[in-house]
Design a protein around this ligand. Structure first.
Ligand SMILES: Cc1cc2nc3c(=O)[nH]c(=O)nc-3n(C[C@H](O)[C@H](O)[C@H](O)COP(=O)(O)OP(=O)(O)OC[C@H]3O[C@@H](n4cnc5c(N)ncnc54)[C@H](O)[C@@H]3O)c2cc1C
Length: 480
């Protein structure tokens, strides 16, 4: 550590994921003096191949290794770069279902939120980061899931993506934050500082002071102090409560973190379904939502190898038959976690617990997924859970345990939220219905932390829509 730097800005946005970028862009467009700071690097979309090890090392937090501990365990991943999770995800896109908003209104007292009032906010975000359906034929692996659902009479559909498809439907470009909102933010005079981590906030003489560390390209760091009239905290659902708690703000902060816990299977078919160059799969089974949903994962040979790593002969099987295999998932909404800082550690401890009924729901989902894939003519379905047998018949589905054993690391997640819920019910919420932290002046939360419950569907659309709604409210009310 060498020098230190002090700055003053009108509005400081901490974190540049979808929540931070949407908020920062709207504030800059409204003429405010805005600085977004981001702990990770500012890298182009093409700086690393999508779903490569290089990408994990450069664009994910902790190289893609984060674990929630407890009697059960859950491994999750988060983006850590300009654009946050949007830079590493597939951009599968859904608007929030009305039943989710209904529970936010009823259980958390969120004012003025429903599908109708959110429509303009979704539409505004979708106009900047384009959302498109695939114009051509989806991959065979994706169609297989659809076919299985249809054979069983279950509801399923294609998810649109934050993606700009080429007219022939054979390729295209992801619509990440760095490709969309970040550009617009900079065009509107916003300032962006990457490689800058904020460690603490304090209130002094009517302003917020954020302190942290900025690194240069060589890795040399300096302490930084940024004074701002207003602060939007958008560090993601784990780091936002960690930062607020370090800053002494603890009311309903970090007590209710939720995930979409996910379990995968590898299905093997009797013909090719998975070729290099296929577009990302997009079909999802909706029949059992809100209990659980199902979909397709990226299924490159290295991922198949990792998914099957506890099975004898996995590498030979992948080498010989990768083109006939696809990875599919079931994901539910169970489990609740807490976020707590530990002295001397940069990352907080995340402690998770699942109830028996959570484990039963995901166990049921796993059986239903095997059923769907068998109905899609999979010759073998291999659950990615240690000790679970391959499913090669209807009877094999019935032999799977009713409750999932979540203690062996088989449960993972890429969707994290709800650690600082919003709403007027102050017994349960950390911020008001529009993200202003209770009992503070000029301090807002603007990311997935605010979502009162899991979204059931892919969450980025909700993160963006809610951030858009909340920041416009703050601008209109002149931050009162
Ligand atoms: C692999 C993967 C696949 C996914 N797939 C999909 C999908 O297909 N569809 C979908 O809808 N959603 C998907 N998601 C989830 C989606 O990306 C997230 O819901 C979304 O990114 C959350 O946005 P956010 O603004 O809350 O936080 P994040 O995107 O997590 O951004 C927070 C940012 O803040 C930065 N930060 C954290 N702490 C600090 C600090 N102290 N100081 C400065 N900066 C800080 C972080 O580095 C990060 O860049 C996926 C996520 C992952 C990881």
């Amino acid at each position: 550590m060498s020098r230190s730097e002090a700055m003053t800005v009108g509005v400081l946005v901490i974190g540049s994921g979808p929540g931070g970028c949407v908020s920062g862009t709207m504030l800059a467009e409204a003429g405010h003096d805005v600085l977004i700071v981001e702990e990770g690097e500012h890298l182009s979309l093409d700086a690393a191949a999508h779903f490569s090890r290089d990408e994990m090392l450069r664009k994910y937090r902790n190289g893609g290794v984060s674990v929630a501990l407890g009697r059960q365990k859950l491994a999750w991943v988060e983006g850590r770069c300009v654009g946050g999770g949007s830079e590493v995800n597939r951009g599968l896109y859904r608007r929030t279902p009305e039943y989710v908003f209904e529970s936010w209104r009823k259980d958390f007292g969120v004012d003025r939120i429903d599908s109708d009032s959110m429509k303009p906010h979704f539409a505004a975000c979708e106009a900047i980061a384009r959302v498109e359906y695939i114009p051509g034929t989806p991959s065979e692996m994706s169609q297989r899931l659809q076919r299985g659902a249809q054979a069983l009479g279950w509801q399923s559909s294609e998810a649109p993506r934050l993606f700009s498809y080429d007219p022939d439907g054979k390729g295209g470009r992801r619509q990440t934050m760095s490709e969309t909102f970040v550009r617009r933010f900079l065009e509107n005079g916003g300032r962006l500082m990457a490689r800058t981590r904020i460690d603490r906030l304090r209130r002094t003489s009517g302003a917020w002071v954020a302190t942290g560390t900025a690194r240069d390209q060589t890795g040399r760091s300096q302490t930084i102090e940024i004074r701002a009239e207003r602060v939007f905290v958008a560090c993601g659902a784990v780091q936002t409560p960690a930062l607020l708690r370090r800053s002494g703000i603890r009311h309903n902060v970090g007590n209710s973190l939720r995930f979409h816990p996910m379990v995968k299977v590898v299905a093997e078919f009797d013909r090719d379904v998975n070729s290099a160059g296929d577009l990302d799969p997009i079909h999802q089974i909706k029949e059992f939502e809100p209990s659980f949903g199902m979909g397709c994962s990226i299924s490159k040979p290295p991922m198949l190898g990792v998914a099957l790593s506890d099975r004898d002969g996995a590498w030979d099987r992948v080498r010989d038959r990768a083109r006939r295999m696809g990875i599919y998932y079931v994901q539910s909404t169970g489990g609740t976690a807490t976020v707590r800082n530990l002295p001397g550690f940069a990352d907080p401890l995340v402690r998770i617990g699942f109830s028996d009924s959570d484990l039963q729901v995901i166990g049921t989902g796993l059986r239903k997924l095997c059923e769907a894939l068998r109905a899609a003519d999979a010759v073998r379905v291999m659950p990615c859970v240690a000790g679970y047998p391959d499913v090669t018949s209807r009877r094999g589905v019935d032999l799977l345990p009713a409750n999932l054993n979540a203690s062996d690391g088989s449960v993972t997640s890429v969707h994290v939220f709800s650690s600082c819920p919003m709403g007027e019910n102050e017994r349960r919420t950390a911020a008001n219905s529009f993200g202003k932290v209770h009992g503070t002046d000029g301090l807002y939360i603007a990311d997935a932390s605010l979502l009162c419950t899991p979204t059931v569907v892919n969450p980025q659309g909700t993160v963006m829509g809610v951030a858009h709604r909340n920041v416009l409210d703050a601008i209109e009310r002149r931050f009162c």
